[in-house]
Design a binder for this molecule. Structure first.
Ligand SMILES: NC(=O)c1ccc[n+]([C@@H]2O[C@H](COP(=O)([O-])OP(=O)(O)OC[C@H]3O[C@@H](n4cnc5c(N)ncnc54)[C@H](O)[C@@H]3O)[C@@H](O)[C@H]2O)c1
Length: 290
């Protein structure tokens, strides 16, 4: 997500500092950006010169430092402690006028803002995957977020070619409060043997006109991210309807976290989505797909 946000910012003409704790992830992000831009050149949507200029505007910074930025967008792992630690450091190590945004899928913006000395300048800016393609940006005001901060994030989203939609600060906001319980319910349906990965995806694609089935989408989002969001919903609302399916927990424990790991509910090891061998522990309704 961080690489995708860097790409749209640089494509809109902004100078970007891209930081990650892990050099490998910076390299992977930059490779994806290069691949995306090369495809745009092939399709005639960008010139070679524009491609070069976009890449040149992204400056990778593997070490933490003073970041002289006007606007920071955090897109680290969906873990509250990681985010609180980052926001404390961003508060100290960016100019006091900078706006600090989080791409969190579910964590309270109010809670993140409260660990900084500038909660009025903290906002949720929730991009969607893949960032260069997806139009929506959910803008989440924490309790203390100011109107000028909201207006600045709104203007930035529009400059990045996105459609901003406002949401209030409750667990999962609008998008993931609705989407993640649906994905989790699909895992329960698999777990209980109501259908197979393929049959459940087929029902949701052909019957509900969803462009991707829930398992394909869950693999795309990342099962670790999906589980983390379910935990936030469960804890935030204190309601058992948000409990994560034990089978989802097992996939994450196995490291089968979806497309980025080469294996999730599908096998992605060849680079394309293929049926995966059924794991132990799921009830498989033989023939349900037929
Ligand atoms: N995957 C999605 O579809 C999606 C969509 C919208 C929002 N998000 C949100 O975006 C964020 C990132 O998600 P992702 O799917 O890109 O996750 P990811 O696991 O692919 O990437 C997370 C990155 O954060 C880095 N990181 C971890 N701790 C860090 C730290 N202390 N400082 C700097 N970097 C650190 C990791 O090295 C990794 O590269 C999460 O908050 C997630 O909820 C994800």
């Amino acid at each position: 997500m961080g690489g995708g946000i860097a790409q749209v910012a640089a494509a809109a003409g902004d100078e970007v500092l891209l930081h990650d704790v892990n050099q490998q992830f910076i390299d992977r992000g930059l490779r994806t950006i290069e691949k995306n831009l090369a495809r745009s050149v092939e399709k005639g949507r960008l010139t070679e010169e524009q491609r070069g200029n976009i890449i040149a505007r992204i400056d990778a910074r593997p070490k933490w430092e003073d970041f002289d930025v006007e606007f920071a967008v955090e897109a680290a792992s969906e873990n509250v402690e990681v985010k609180l630690d980052l926001f404390r450091r961003m508060d100290t190590d960016t100019p006091p006028t900078a706006i600090l945004a989080s791409n969190t899928s579910s964590i309270s913006i109010t809670r993140i803002g409260a660990v900084t000395s500038r909660p009025a300048q903290v906002i949720g800016m929730h991009f969607f995957n893949p960032v260069p393609v997806m139009k929506l940006v959910e803008l989440i005001r924490g309790l203390a977020t100011s109107q000028p901060t909201f207006d600045a994030a709104h203007a930035l989203a529009i400059r990045y070619g996105k459609v901003p939609v406002a949401a209030n600060d409750f667990p999962g906001f609008i998008s993931n409060r609705i989407l993640c319980p649906m994905l989790n319910e699909a895992v329960f349906a698999l777990y209980e043997g109501v259908g197979t990965v393929e049959s459940i995806d087929a029902v949701m694609k052909l019957g509900m006109n969803h462009p991707m089935g829930p398992f394909e989408l869950a693999d795309f989002v990342g099962l670790d991210t999906l589980l983390a969001i379910m935990e936030v919903l469960y804890e935030g609302y204190g309601d058992s309807k948000y409990r994560a399916c034990p089978l989802l927990r097992n996939y994450v424990a196995a490291g089968w976290v979806g497309r980025k790991a080469g294996r999730g509910f599908y096998d992605w090891s060849s680079g394309t989505m293929q049926p995966a061998s059924p794991p132990n522990g799921a009830v498989h309704a033989a023939g349900a797909a037929r």
